[in-house]
Unconditional design. Structure first.
Lengths: 99, 226, 102
């Protein structure tokens, strides 16, 4: 019985440390693309944590919406930001592109 | 580049860090000192599960006991979409078309994702699942289609699209008002009909959530050539 | 201390990390990431404290609230990203304008 408790505690501790570490690295990373990818990984570890907390509905929602959809939205916004940076730095061009 | 992002002086940042440490300490103390008692809400939920029409307690809470909150949440999704649509039109997609890998994946995955969404919707009554989970899988299928440059035909953008978007909120309000006129209480399901009403509302909500989330990904008002 | 309290403290840590990043960074996309991390921290505290009593079935009311919260967070993120792109189009950089010391 004791060994199972130690394993559970170890697993929970690793998940908690992984969450804090991923969040810290995602927020501090100088490259935005890496930061978003780390944030998606953070969302997936969060889904595991929800399973550990006996919340499977929340785990499904977090994996699909929190990690998947938010990650897709962030990456699309980053791509649009980079597109705007790559185009000519002329205000008329920018206005024409955004309409 | 993170140094260039920081636009604060080092002295201010040290002060902020100290304040945040104090905040974290205070919150941790609050969390640790909460009494170890059981809230009665979960007992009330378990006691009323038989009358709720479903077997999954989370679905019962979301769609029956706190159905009004879910109705408002459909409203929040629509308001966010209104905000995004009012900020500009969608960026035109690339004319190149998808590559072979993406096409193959989309052809294989999208039908299975639609099937998965239907399964999650159906099984939400008894096992983990439900409208939000099913709607998000549907949205992911929609995003895959958008990424491979497939767009809705022009005649579907406009009224049909807007009708599907409001379908979830509309189903909720219609059921609520009908029950109000019959029973006198907004959104109180009679126990015999509760399961069917929940499934009906959830189906409409799944469609709405899926289309709304995919439209949020598009990032702007669809105009005539998207 | 059971695992619920461990995750609740992790949630507090996530909230503080997110708040720190929200204050310190000027780039709007990083602020949006920070708000999402703060939101996840709050959800973790809600659900972890809901399952405090060991051996009993988990409380479904915080689960429902957190599912609602996740959907609201993604809609707010989508709106915030659209606003950020407008700020970029209007001012040329995805940052809030610096305050001048008048």
């Amino acid at each position: 019985m004791e060994a199972v408790m130690v394993l559970q505690w170890g697993f929970d501790g690793m998940l908690a440390i992984a969450l804090l570490l991923l969040a810290w690295r995602a927020l501090r990373n100088p490259d935005l693309f890496t930061a978003i990818v780390l944030f998606i990984a953070f969302g997936l570890v969060m889904a595991l944590v929800w399973v550990r907390l006996q919340a499977p509905d929340v785990a499904l929602a977090e994996a699909a919406i929190g990690a998947g959809l938010t990650g897709a939205l962030l990456l699309a916004a980053l791509a649009r930001l980079n597109d705007l940076d790559d185009s000519v730095d002329d205000s008329h061009t920018v206005d024409a592109e955004i309409k | 580049m993170s140094v260039a992002d920081r636009s604060r002086l080092p002295l201010v940042s040290r002060g902020v860090r100290l304040l945040l440490l104090a905040l974290a300490g205070g919150l941790s103390y609050a969390v640790l000192s909460l009494p170890d008692q059981r809230v009665e809400l979960s007992d009330q939920v378990s006691a009323n599960m038989a009358a709720s029409g479903v077997h999954n307690p989370v679905t019962a809470v979301l769609l029956n006991f706190r159905g009004y909150d879910t109705l408002l949440e459909m409203g929040v999704l629509l308001v966010a979409l209104l905000g995004v649509w009012s900020l500009g039109t969608a960026v035109a997609h690339r004319r190149g078309g998808p590559g072979p890998v993406l096409s193959f994946l989309v052809e294989g995955l999208v039908p299975m994702m639609i099937l998965m969404a239907g399964y999650l919707l159906w099984v939400g009554a008894a096992a983990p699942g439900g409208a939000f989970q099913a709607g998000s899988v549907l949205a992911a299928a929609g995003i895959l289609l958008l990424l491979s440059s497939k767009r809705l035909p022009v005649r579907l953008v406009g009224r049909p699209l807007r009708l599907v978007l409001v379908l979830g909120l509309l189903a909720f309000v219609v059921v609520g008002v009908t029950l109000l006129s019959v029973n006198g209480i907004f959104l109180q399901y009679p126990p015999g009909l509760a399961g069917g009403l929940i499934l009906f509302i959830e189906a409409a909500a799944t469609l709405s959530i899926g289309v709304t989330l995919a439209a949020l990904f598009l990032g702007g008002r669809p105009d005539s050539d998207t | 201390m059971n695992s619920g309290l461990l995750y609740a403290l992790t949630g507090v840590g996530l909230f503080t990390l997110g708040l720190n990043a929200l204050i310190m960074h000027a780039h709007l996309l990083r602020k949006i990431l920070a708000i999402n991390v703060m939101g996840s921290g709050v959800f973790l505290v809600l659900v972890a404290l809901g399952g405090r009593v060991p051996g009993a079935s988990p409380d479904p009311v915080p689960h429902a609230m957190v599912i609602t919260g996740i959907v609201v967070a993604v809609s707010a993120t989508a709106l915030a990203l659209a606003l950020m792109l407008r700020v970029r189009a209007a001012t040329g950089k995805p940052r809030l304008p610096e305050e001048r010391q008048e």
